[in-house]
Design a protein around this ligand. Structure first.
Ligand code: ATP
Ligand code: MG
Length: 324
């Protein structure tokens, strides 16, 4: 089970921490990928048309990245109403103290004047997304580990209170690329909702834009390439990107680059690997975005997701004592 919210354009960070992992596991598991549109309005989004356009763009992009609709149930979160129904029950079984510890709430709420309650309760909606389908594993970037752990706690608590209702999920975090950093500020994570577009590489960026962004990526004045996340966060981030995208083990990538004195040459190799990764995605996306194929896939996904979600919700509703 995995999801990426349509709150900005997908970045190469989302690709490394989320999508890439998901693609690796989709054949092994009965897998679910959804577009969490309800999560996006936890922060102000402006024009609703933009959200709808983005949902479509995301859906086509996942297919372009290699999501296999024969192996995966692919759906839009808001098209499965049982998600909201379960969320309410989980809200009544989650403590304020637990939510107050969530670091994403702290960092996202700092950027706003009027903070919506939804930003605070967001992890409960995410728990519902996961446990409604008896998900065993949840491939996520390192930033989402805390939320998956909360989903585990909620599932365990519900099972104790109401009998064995849910599978307790595990986060699945990549060894390399689980926290790609912002290119302009390599002390913070790359985010699709960040204000500075120069800090992120978007999956649909042109090669000219990618080149510009990598060339301007913040490094240091040492004039030698080495991996040291504390002292050389910019360089280390680019080595990590290279390793994650090329599939070269991190240590091999470090050995390959270490000691280079010209950052320009080093950056050129990183750029090439990004080009190689994104070129086929862009081409496939072009084809898909001119067809209605995605609707066929999403309709099928919606129907399967609702069938599973409704039968699980029915069990939970009865266990809690709702209805006659
Ligand atoms: P937002 O700023 O709107 O929260 P985001 O870039 O954090 O956007 P999400 O939709 O919250 O994206 O997360 C989608 C997936 O991408 C999750 O699995 C998350 O852990 C992963 N992810 C997000 N940022 C990074 C990153 N910098 N490096 C690796 N994985 C990431
Ligand atoms: Mg996020």
């Amino acid at each position: 089970m995995s999801g990426l919210q349509p709150s900005g354009e997908l970045t190469i960070g989302n690709y490394c921490g989320g999508i890439r992992q998901f693609l690796q596991y989709q054949k092994e598991y009965d897998s679910f990928l959804f577009i969490p549109d309800m999560h996006t309005i936890t922060v102000p989004q402006g024009d609703p048309h933009l959200i709808r356009e983005r949902i479509r763009r995301f859906a086509n992009l996942y297919l372009a990245c290699g999501l296999d609709p024969d192996n995966c149930t692919f759906y839009i979160q808001s098209e499965v109403p049982a998600t909201n129904q379960l969320t309410w029950i989980l809200e009544c079984n989650t403590y304020m103290g637990e939510l107050s510890r969530m670091t994403q709430f702290k960092s996202k709420s700092e950027k706003q004047t009027n903070v919506g309650c939804g930003l605070f309760t967001y992890p409960i909606l995410m728990a519902a997304d996961i446990i409604l389908y008896d998900s065993n594993v949840v491939p996520v970037g390192a930033d989402q580990k805390q939320h998956v752990e909360l989903a585990r706690d909620i599932a365990t608590r519900m099972n104790h209170k109401y009998g064995d209702l849910f599978v307790v999920p595990e986060p699945l975090i990549a060894k390399v690329g689980a926290r790609i950093k912002d290119l302009q500020d390599p002390t913070k994570k790359m985010s699709k909702s960040s204000e500075d577009p120069m800090g992120s590489i978007f999956l649909l960026d042109s090669e000219a834009d990618i080149k510009k962004k990598i060339n301007r990526a913040v490094t240091d004045n040492d004039a030698y390439v080495a991996f040291d996340e504390e002292k050389k966060p910019g360089i280390s981030n680019l080595i990590t990107l290279y390793s994650a995208l090329s599939g070269t083990p991190l240590q091999d990538a470090i050995n390959h680059f270490e000691g280079m004195t010209r950052y320009g040459d080093f950056k050129k190799e990183v750029m090439e690997v990004i080009f190689e990764t994104l070129r086929p995605v862009r081409e496939k996306y072009e084809q898909l975005s001119h067809s209605d194929y995605v609707d066929e896939v999403l309709n099928k996904g919606r129907d399967r997701a609702n069938a599973i979600a409704n039968s699980k919700y029915d069990l939970v509703r009865k266990a809690v004592g709702f209805g006659r």
